[in-house]
Structures are given as C-alpha cells and as structure tokens.
Unconditional design. Sequence first.
Length: 456
Amino acid sequence: MGNRIFIPACAFWTAFSPVPSFAAEIRISSDAECRVDIEGQIEFGDFEKLTALKDRLVINNGESTSGSLICLNSPGGSLVEGLKMARFILDEGIGTRIRNGKECQSVCAIMFMMGNARGDEVAFLDRRMDAGSTLGFHRPYLSISEAREFSSGDVEAAYDVGIESIYDLMALANTPTPWHDSRMIEPDLMEMMAGTPGTDMYFIRTVEQATRWQIGVDGLPAFAQLAQPHVMYACESALNSGYSLTSVRNGDGLMTEDIFDLLPANDWSVENATRGVRMNPLNGRYATTSPRAGYSSIGCEVVLSDGAIEVCGYDESSDTRIGDCITEGGLRYFERVSSQHPVSDLKALMFVGDAPPDAIAFRQCRVFDASGTSIDDEVCLHSVVLSGGEPLKVKHLLEWQSGARTVIEIDAKAQGRSAGVSVNGQPGELISMDKLGSCAKNLTTGNWVCSAKLAP
C-alpha cells in the first residue's frame, strides 16, 4: 500500500453546485479598480501564482496600500491553499472586491474577509461586495475518494493537515482589525460558519450581516433621505455593531423578521419608530430611543452626512458607547446602508430609490380564492412602510412578477381596540396559517394573500 494521499483534499472547501468547477485563473485585471482577478476553483499551486504577481498587485500611494485590490470570483477549493492566499492578502494589505453577479464562497470567503489596507500612518478594513454578488461561508469538510483504501499513515497525515488548517483559520479570524477592537472574522460569524455543513452555505444577504461584520456593500442607492424609522435603525445598527446581529439582540418585534408578518404591530413600537424620532433644531441631529429601552436608557443622535451616517449614543444595558455626543466631531461614521432595516435584503434594496421603504425583502407570496384554490404562488417583493398618523398603522406592499400589486394596511394594535385591516382598499381580516405564513383576506372578493419567509 502506498503512502501517498492528496492531502489538500482532506481539508477541501467547496461550493455545493452541480456545475463543475475549474482551476483558478489568476491574472492581471481588466477591471477599472482591481489590479488582479482570481476566478475559478482554488487548487494547489494558486498561492505561488498569486505571489508571483506581488509587484504588480501591491502598491503604496505614499499613505497606504489602498490601491492594491483583488477581484474575487470563486466557489472555493483547497482550504490549505486558500488559507495561504488569505494570509498573503492580510499581511500585504490587499483589498478585496466581489463584483455584481460574481460569487465568493467557501475558502474564497475567508480570503475576502482578510481584505485590508495598511501604511505607516493609516490602516483600515477594505473588503466590499456588490449587493448583487454572492458571499457564502461553511465549515471545512473531508473530501476523500471512495475508490481506494487508505493506510493509517494516510489518515494520520490527513488529520494533522486538518488540525493545522483549523489552527491557521482561527489565527486569521482572531487577528485584530486595523485600528479597532474587533476581529477580522467575528466569533458569531465563525459560529455560523462552523454550524453550516460543507454541503450547505451560510450567505450574507441582509443589512445587519453586512453592518455587524463590517462588510462594505456597493451597488446600492445613495439613501440620501432619512425617514424617521431609518434613524432608529441606524441607532440600533450602531449600538449592536460590536455586539451581535441587531435582530438577535432585539429578539422579536419591528427590528426583526416580524416586521413582514401580516399581523398587527405593537402600537408603542410603531409610535417610537415614527413620532418618537425628532430633530434637535440646535444641532441638526435626529434623536431616537431604542425599542429595547425600558428600565435602561438606550438611545442615539443621528445625522446624515456626505456619503455616510454619523451616530453617537449609549446603551446602558450593556454599557456600550458609540462616539461622543458632546464633543465637536465626536460622532462615529457608518455606511449609509446601516440606516436600512436590519433584515432588509441587500439584493432587494437594489430596486429602491433614494427614498426606500422601511423594510424590504424577497418573500414567498401566495394567493387563494374563496374556495381555497391556489391562484398564484411565487417569489414577490414585500415592502413595509410604518405610518405615524392617526391611527398608527403598517402598510404592506406586495409586488408580483407580473407587475401587479397588493396593498395591505393594518392598524397598530392598541390595548382594548381591534386592529383595522384593508386589502387593496377593501375591508379585510387577518388569518394565521402555520405552513403559509401570515395571510390577509379581502372580505369583498373572498381572496386571501399570504407572505412567508423564503426557504434557506
């Protein structure tokens, strides 16, 4: 029995796809911004191909390496080789990009997360994905051939490589981010990755994922206007940015997937997100209170600036402080996308203008007639707008692939008062269906429409 084994395969990351992958092509880029492209499956020898281009790739403009960018388009591949490439990206101060329509999955995602720029006087994270791209994580897994037998030496060698690769991965992930107290891959993202089997993928899809894990997002509108709920979202995103996903911290309510439920929202929550957000005429900042506030004081001041959202605030429940609300210039900068609802879908946000709804996502939408016969069953675009008028209400807009629209308005639920419901301007009622999600019935036509979260 020979003692040779394809060691990289014992720690092989791959995108689970029926489409065959090909070895990576690493070349000088034709992209206007990137200097090098990596396309295809990562295999043995790709690290040497990448480092051979170092002189063309790594440049310093006198301040930092911010012009040293790689465009990534890969389903993954060899963990051993990919981790060496990730270390090179980290150590050399190379920024990473995923363009619209491209993918970066498995070990490519680790390479992407190492994107940064560095210099003698400045250093910062530099990793950006297009909202129309795909970024996915999963845990390492063993890929072996069933067509041959393996000796104990083979198994021991494979085990050692696997353990060493996990060590290398943890070392990369735990590297402090430049000029910050976070990590290149935060523990909760590592947890999500470790909990995702090698045949599955954990995708970055939402605003809160990008904000929490400091992933820049291109291809979105400028978000040049701040509606009142967006001020509250910016506050919560900022206060949770170093702690956890915003929806996880809130648990339920308007800051979670619950905002898309065709059910009455809590009237205090709607009022807090609308009437409760006020501008201070003395400094031009919006003031908002967190929906988590109660016995603890939690709130922020927020202002829209050139290309960014500026936030200062304090969360007494966790003793978390963001920026300084007193000192001139003490607010902290965040990308404008952080003003959008935490669970809004990044791809869905590509379809809105500078005045987006208060939440938007792709959902599984269904229509049934009065007899219960299915009329339509498709993915629709579900938007939500919170109204601070009288009465407080939540407006749901379902946009179908045909171009048709369904408008459902639901009064916020107040103690001792039933919520009013309308479907396309006609009287309606709400129906909860375990397998279909939440539904609203048009009492005039007898038809009912349902919206549910898409299957993973």
